[in-house]
Design a protein around this ligand. Structure first.
Ligand code: RI2
Length: 313
C-alpha cells in the first residue's frame, strides 16, 4: 500500500509527468501492486485492485491517457487470485509495450511531414512530439527547434536537454514570444494530454495561443498523440476537466501573502479547437482532427462507460 500511495503521490506532484509516462507509470504500479498483495480470496483481491485503480486514476484529472491505461489493465479476468494476477501482468506489460512502440511509430510517421532545413516550434515537453523531431534528425534532415519555457513548471527545460543530447540545435524562448518568432517557423509540433471526439486538443496551457499564432501565419500544426490520448467519454457529451494546480507553482505563498486583493489562477491545460490543428499524428496513421471519432470507435470503443461509486469505470 505504501508503494501504491507513493506512486500516486509522484504522479500528482509531477515527479512522474507527461501524459504517456503517467499512463505507463499507472499500468506498472497496478501490475506491481497486484503482485505484492496477498488477499485471502478473489473477492478481496478485486476490491483492493478497484481501490488502487481509483486512487491512481484520480491523481490528475486531464490527461485521459491515465484512465485509459487504468481501464486497459482493469479488464483483467480470473477465477482465482493467481489467474487474476497473471492476467493483470499480461495486460499491463502489453499496454506499456504498445505505448512505447506507439511513440516510436509516431516518430516514423510524423517525420514524413518534416522537410530538410525546417524550423520547428514546440511547447512544453512531449515525448511523442520529440519522437518526430528525433526521427527527422536521425534521417539526416537539418532541423532546428524553437522551444518555449512552458511556465510555470518549465518543462521546456526538459525539452532542450533532450534535444541537445540528440544534437539538435535549439533556441529556448519565453512563452510570450511565440508570436514574435512565428515568422521564423516552418512547422509547429506539440503533444496532447487528451483529444475529444470532435477533434479538439487539450494540451499544456499556452498550446492554444501558439496554435492560433501559427494559424494566423499559415503554419501547419501537427499534434503527436498515441491513440490512448483520445477520450471515449467525450462521445457521451462529457467535457474534459482542466486541472487547476496550486498557486505556489506561479508565485510563492510568502509573496502572495503580501497582497490583500490578489489571487492566482493556474490552469495546467487549455483547449485548442480543431480549426487550428492540421494533423494529428498517431501510431495508426496521421489523421485530420475531424477523424478523432473514428479513432475512438475503432481503437477505444470498449472503453466507453460510466464511472461507478468507487471512481472506477
Ligand atoms: P507525452 C504533458 O503534460 C504536456 O502537456 C505534454 O504536451 C503532454 O503531457 C504529452 O506528453 P504534463 O504532465 O505523452 O507536463 O507526449 O502536465 O510525453
Amino acid at each position: 500500500m505504501r508503494q501504491l500511495k507513493e506512486t500516486a503521490r509522484k504522479i500528482k506532484s509531477m515527479e512522474i509527468r507527461g501524459a504517456g509516462r503517467i499512463a505507463r507509470g499507472a499500468a506498472a504500479e497496478l501490475r506491481d501492486y497486484a503482485g505484492r498483495i496477498a488477499p485471502k480470496d478473489i473477492g478481496e483481491f478485486n476490491k483492493k485492485m478497484k481501490y488502487a485503480a481509483g486512487l491512481l486514476a484520480s491523481t490528475r484529472p486531464t490527461a485521459v491517457s491515465l484512465p485509459n491505461a487504468v481501464r486497459a489493465v482493469m479488464r483483467y479476468e480470473g477465477e482465482t487470485v493467481g489467474e487474476a494476477k497473471s492476467s493483470i501482468k499480461k495486460l499491463a506489460d502489453e499496454f506499456i509495450n504498445n505505448s512505447e512502440n506507439a511513440v516510436k511509430r509516431i516518430g516514423e510517421i510524423g517525420t514524413r511531414r518534416v522537410r530538410d532545413g525546417d524550423t520547428i516550434m514546440t511547447h512544453c515537453n512531449s515525448s511523442a512530439a520529440i519522437s518526430i523531431m528525433a526521427a527527422a534528425h536521425a534521417q539526416g534532415k537539418n532541423i532546428s527547434v524553437i522551444a518555449t519555457e512552458s511556465r510555470p513548471r518549465m518543462q521546456g527545460l526538459i525539452t532542450i536537454k533532450q534535444l541537445d543530447s540528440l544534437g539538435i540545435t535549439t533556441s529556448l524562448i519565453v512563452d510570450s514570444a511565440v508570436r514574435y518568432f512565428m515568422k521564423d517557423v516552418d512547422l509547429v509540433v506539440m503533444g496532447a494530454d487528451a483529444i475529444t471526439a470532435n477533434g479538439s486538443v487539450i494540451n499544456k496551457i499556452g498550446t492554444s495561443q501558439l496554435a492560433l499564432a501559427a494559424h494566423e501565419s499559415r503554419k501547419n500544426v501537427i499534434i503527436a498523440a498515441e491513440t490512448y490520448k483520445f477520450s471515449p467519454r467525450t462521445i457521451l457529451g462529457e467535457l474534459v476537466e482542466i486541472e487547476e494546480r496550486d498557486s505556489g507553482e506561479v508565485i510563492s505563498r510568502e509573496k502572495l501573502r503580501e497582497f490583500s486583493n490578489v489571487s492566482v489562477k493556474n490552469p495546467a491545460f487549455d483547449v485548442t479547437p480543431r480549426e487550428y490543428v492540421d494533423l494529428i499524428c498517431t501510431e495508426v496513421g496521421a489523421i485530420p482532427p475531424e477523424m478523432a471519432y473514428v479513432i475512438i470507435r475503432e481503437y477505444l470503443g470498449w472503453e466507453i462507460g460510466e464511472m461507478n461509486s468507487d471512481g472506477v469505470w
